[in-house]
Design a protein around this ligand. Sequence first.
Ligand code: ZN
Length: 225
Amino acid sequence: MDWKQSAEQAESKLISDLKALISIESVLDESAATGEAPFGPGPKQALDWLLDRGREAGMTVKEVGGAAGHIEIGEGEGLLGILCHVDVVPAGDGWETPPFEGHERNGKVYGRGAIDDKGPTIAAFHAMKMVKESGIPLNERVRLIVGADEESGFRCMKRYFETEEMPEIGFAPDADFPIIHAEKGIADLVFSQLPGEDAGPLRSFPFRGQDEHGPGHGEGRGVAF
Ligand SMILES: [Zn+2]
């Protein structure tokens, strides 16, 4: 099996799939939420679109409460989870080409979600497709778990794991994979500092159990700004 050749053959389909997924404006819209589309029509449409690609490829597909779903290949007890998401944050300003179209420039595809997380999601899906089409039998299962609310609080994963099996192992190819390979939730943090004589810029803070002497002393070990 020549995987590189197989990937090259899949390239144009991968790019057209990515553009199609980018073209779905999958931004959270709670004002338009329904029981079937708890995060609004955009995220639901993107989820449905991807699950349809899974059905088309002959994979096992399940939609979970309009919030999430999965696409699976293989047989067996073991389960590997690949965690992805199809929702995106609002487009914002400053785009050179429309954010919800997917334009190619200099060998790159530009659009909201091209990196986070529609690109990695489509890449993972096509990798699974290549394995399936190779005919190599799998004695474990590989499951692409797709969320529709990663950007706004992970309610998709909360809902998914209320009823679905937890994989024994997994990874999350989100945005700059493989640097980003795992996610355990989302945190909105506000850093503040009381005015005072020693008040300097907030530069770093140590992780618990390491250096606890305050800004400056934990540099290189905590998070630096
Ligand atoms: Zn992401």
